[in-house]
Ligand binder design. Structure first.
Ligand code: 13P
Length: 252
């Protein structure tokens, strides 16, 4: 019912040349091993999007950005607009990643504007939510995560919500090698789907894909994907090498 989505967030890695090399290896890999019951997405840094777009056109791999500014154009030095991303062939955009919340100081209000603006421009937002370690230790994991969810989706009409992708990324699991247990991840995914059902109705909640992110690796993807409410993965470090990302794409 929900097509699984395996997404690679390259973060601030890969020059254009390195990106081309990785994409060529990924395309070769999906040619031999790809089952089309799943969708694959890569989100390179801004500088690599334009040169990679033609390589990915008509391929099974979709292209996404890692951020955008919620305006069509204007005096916003250093920012990139959804119109520009659309123009070069992006289909997705990651929004509200914890690294942007924590390092750049993005708040829920700005993230909500970005989600709404992305949808208005035909880009699928991948809205990231998730708690920090102190918040989990204080028993606030669900409150924080569901609060970010509610705020991030706040500007959307109910019928738009079904097309959004949510990524649950507990901050303490990102880049640490510590993954949430499949049980803990499933519990939060179920809570997210429950919140979507109570706000937007069960059929919308059933349509939304909820990805897990945070130290997803070849050796834990299968057990994560076996959980009923985990519909895919947002992969950081392991998406930077063809072999590990392809293994994740080919989860059992
Ligand atoms: P890692 O897979 O490197 O932990 O990163 C996860 C992440 O932040 C993806 O957006």
């Amino acid at each position: 019912m929900r097509t699984p989505l395996i997404a690679g967030n390259w973060k601030m890695y890969k020059t254009v040349g390195e990106g081309v090399e990785l994409v060529e290896a990924l395309l070769k890999g999906v040619e031999v091993g790809y089952v089309d019951d799943r969708q694959v997405l890569i989100c390179p840094p801004f500088t690599a999007l334009y040169p990679l777009a033609p390589l990915l056109a008509d391929s099974p791999i979709a292209l996404g950005a890692q951020n955008m500014y919620p305006a069509d154009q204007g005096a916003f030095t250093g920012e990139v607009s959804p119109v520009m991303l659309q123009d070069i062939g992006c289909q997705f955009v990651i929004l509200g990643h914890s690294e942007r919340r924590q390092i750049v100081g993005e708040d829920d209000a700005l993230i909500s504007q970005k989600v709404t603006s992305a949808m208005e421009h035909g880009l699928t937002p991948v809205l990231c939510v998730g708690e920090t370690k102190p918040q989990r230790d204080a028993g606030e994991a669900e409150t924080v995560t569901l609060g970010q969810l509610r705020a991030g989706l706040g500007g959307l009409a109910a019928e738009q919500v079904r097309d959004v992708v949510i990524a649950y990324e507990p901050v303490w699991a990102i880049g640490t090698g510590v993954t949430a247990t499949p049980g803990d991840a499933q519990a939060m995914h179920a809570a997210i789907r429950g919140a979507l059902a109570s706000h937007y109705g069960q059929s919308t909640a059933d349509a939304v894909r909820i990805l897990y992110g945070g130290s997803v690796k070849p050796d834990n993807i299968d057990v994560l994907m076996a959980q009923p409410d985990i519909d895919g993965a947002l992969v950081g470090g392991a998406s930077l090498q063809a072999e590990s990302f392809l293994r994740i794409v080919n989860f059992q």
